[in-house]
Design a protein around this ligand. Structure first.
Ligand SMILES: [Fe+2]
Length: 212
């Protein structure tokens, strides 16, 4: 669960670097995609390709948005569409950190930028309890996983590394920090939550002076 932890001022005002153009290109392409179609399957298929292209190179994430916290994983908002049709978040995991079991209620794309992430999916049984939907999956740097409420979006994710941080880029079909959703116990008990974000500032995507 996210708690508010402001970025250090020096990090927040660091000058832009050329790599940020990759993130700008990604969010621009995603905005074009969700403007062109409202079909979730099409958004996920094309969005996964765009995300795979973004995470294929690791030179664009400003360092301030990759800082782990010793006690809890971090959800740094990188961009939210002005109509809240999608949001892009960097998840930063220190060793041993992971989420509780939770759902999303909007589509999602998970791409690993650095390190590796474990992903365990759950399905609801007849008595309402949850059981693992197969073995935990290992997502390595460069790999993308797709989530949809239509096909079941209850999962638990975390750092697969025990010797260092991992960073993954998550994309959601809404302003995920403001979506009311739930965490779950294995017996199926749901607890309402709204995640918010760990940061109060966003990367500056719009200063083009470094690339002109
Ligand atoms: Fe999730």
């Amino acid at each position: 669960m996210a708690t508010l932890a402001p970025l250090p001022i020096a990090a927040a005002v660091a000058p832009p670097h050329a790599g940020i153009a990759r993130l700008r290109g990604f969010v621009t392409s995603l905005a074009e995609l969700v403007s062109a179609t409202r079909n979730e399957a099409e958004v996920l298929e094309s969005g996964a390709k765009l995300l795979a292209r973004l995470i294929a190179q690791d030179d664009w994430l400003p360092p301030a948005f990759a800082i782990p916290h010793p006690e809890r994983y971090q959800q740094y908002l990188l961009h939210c569409d002005s109509r809240e049709r999608f949001s892009v978040v960097s998840f930063v995991w220190a060793p041993g950190q992971g989420t509780p079991i939770h759902d999303h209620r909007v589509w999602g794309l998970v791409g690993v930028l650095r390190g590796a992430e474990t992903s365990e999916r759950f399905v609801r049984q007849g008595d309402g309890s949850l059981k693992p939907d197969g073995p935990a999956q290992l997502l390595r740097a460069g790999e993308v996983e797709v989530l949809s409420p239509r096909t079941g979006d209850i999962h638990r994710v975390g750092n697969a590394r025990s010797d260092g941080p991992s960073v993954s880029i998550h994309v959601y079909g809404g302003n995920i920090g403001a979506v009311e959703r739930a965490t779950y116990a294995l017996d199926g008990t749901a607890k309402r939550f709204v995640s918010g974000y760990a940061s109060t500032v966003l990367p500056n995507l719009w200063d083009r002076s470094q690339t002109l």
